[in-house]
Design a binder for this molecule. Structure first.
Ligand code: ZN
Length: 474
């Protein structure tokens, strides 16, 4: 029996390949994920997005959760997206390394990682643009631009619906509506690429709370908005309603990185396309997107304006195509930041909205910051999911949080968000039905603070977003 056991052990060890720091090609990438899944079958699941790349390469995701495949109430969902620009490769390898690390540490019973995985659902998409990666590889990855685009020569980080234009127009008209804006779009500036469509469907179907997109070419954590309000191409700070929270999210990554936030480091060279001779270390390793340069159709702002997810953009280094010999060193420089950022999904408040008969899906959570002498409404609401659950990322302070839904009396509660959270404050709401049906914006708004958004109906929303995605098929 003892002999049999050791025989099995040897088989097990030889059957699973060691993770190696290298540039994994498009065939090796899913193999790494499968290996991780084999080592950690109970906490991982490998899946593909709804569409392949132009050249039919599947877009692979690995998920970490103690209940893979399922959303659970009170458990925030986080994603990392790498290699959107095919020639910006570090994110792709960092995410493969992170998958391997999470699995190994979980198996070693590392308390920190176990706690993270038991309380968070984490999705890693190492490559959104495998075709660009291949092209970049084929030309010897020397050029600053070749491989950036997908196989239709489209920049995927300019291909998302431009929801900034809608929110800025609403601002000009005095309409205080700044969430789930996809239904307000009437036309697309360009057809959606298959990679974009696949990622949009993913973003719209999983209730993500927090996200980061990975790029290369500079060293900075960039936060919304990416688009300037005036159309200025550079140097116009474009704050979102959650500017405080976004700055803290970006600073979390920058401060936990080896030297992103270092005042003394040298700046990266001016680039050809994403230019400016900035030294972001001097400003703490963070920047507002449009304060650097303005872009339309980016993924970051789409996340924030179409869903409940808060996404930032990570520029992981001066080089776009990191040499293979530097990959492990870069992992060490980024590891703590990658983990610290995921933990930020546990900041602010979360809870469940229900009535006496069950969960209320699609309830609206509105927040007013009452930390200072003057209350400041944060004009960006989040909504509850299928279990009536919501997640509202907030910086430390005092807030008035209101849950509302047509057909119910709104309820407001005061909450203090402390410093250094590893779990969000829980704030549940039980709503009482009312005979009046406040489905009309003008009536309903009387029951809320001034400037609250209009109500949207979920089936109408689904119908419209579904139609939009289907129409853009090519
Ligand atoms: Zn990029």
């Amino acid at each position: 029996m003892a002999m049999y056991k050791s025989f099995c052990f040897i088989l097990f060890v030889t059957a699973s390949a060691e993770f190696v720091w290298k540039h994994h090609n498009n065939e090796e990438l899913p193999q790494v994920l499968e290996e991780v899944n084999k080592k950690c079958p109970n906490i991982t699941r490998v899946y593909t997005l709804s569409e392949t790349s132009v050249r039919n390469v599947p877009l692979y995701v690995i998920e970490f959760s103690d209940n893979p495949g399922f959303h659970q109430p009170y458990k925030p969902e986080v994603k990392y997206v790498g290699n959107i620009h095919g020639n910006e490769v570090l994110g792709r390898e960092l995410l493969l390394g992170l998958a391997n690390y999470l699995c190994d540490k979980y198996n070693e019973r590392d308390h920190h990682i176990r706690s993270l995985i038991h309380n968070t659902r984490i999705h890693l998409l190492p490559s959104m643009n495998p075709d660009g990666w291949q092209l970049s590889m084929d030309v010897g990855h020397q050029d600053y631009l070749i491989g950036r685009y997908n196989n239709h020569s489209v920049d995927l980080n300019r291909n998302f619906p431009d929801l900034d234009a809608i929110t800025f127009e609403f601002e000009r008209q005095g309409i205080s509506h700044n969430n789930h804006l996809l239904k307000d779009i009437t036309r697309l500036a360009a057809p959606l690429e298959p990679e974009t469509r696949a990622v949009m469907r993913w973003i719209m179907s999983v209730p993500f709370v927090l996200s980061a997109a990975m790029h290369g070419g500079d060293l900075v954590a960039n936060y919304p908005y990416d688009e300037s309000r005036s159309g200025a191409p550079v140097s116009e700070y474009s704050a979102s309603p959650d500017d405080d929270t976004f700055r803290e999210l970006a600073a979390t990554y920058a401060n936990a990185h080896a030297d992103m936030s270092s005042q003394n480091r040298a700046g990266c060279r001016a680039g050809q396309d994403e230019g400016g001779a900035y030294n972001f270390g001097k400003q703490g390793g963070v920047t507002n997107g449009a304060a650097w340069y303005s872009l339309k159709g980016g993924m970051q702002d789409f996340n924030y304006l179409a869903t409940n997810a808060f996404e930032i953009t990570l520029e992981l280094g001066c080089q776009k195509f990191t040499p293979e010999k530097d990959l492990e060193k870069e992992w060490i420089r980024n590891k703590d930041a990658l983990l610290a950022f995921i933990w930020k999904a546990h900041s602010g408040v979360k809870g469940i909205v229900s009535d006496d008969s069950g969960f209320i899906e699609n309830a609206i959570i509105s927040v007013v910051n009452i930390t200072g002498p003057v209350p400041r409404p944060i004009r960006h609401d989040v909504t509850t999911g299928v279990y009536g659950d919501y997640y509202r990322l907030l910086t430390p302070g005092r807030y008035e949080v209101t849950a509302s839904h047509p057909g119910y009396l709104p309820v407001s509660r005061i909450v203090t968000v402390p410093q250094h959270q590893t779990t969000a404050r829980i704030l549940n709401f039980n709503l009482e039905p009312t005979r009046s049906w406040f489905d009309d914006y003008s009536t309903f708004s009387h029951y809320l603070r001034a400037g609250q958004p209009r109500i949207y109906k979920r089936d109408l929303y689904r119908q419209l977003t579904g139609a939009l995605l289907d129409r853009s098929g090519r």
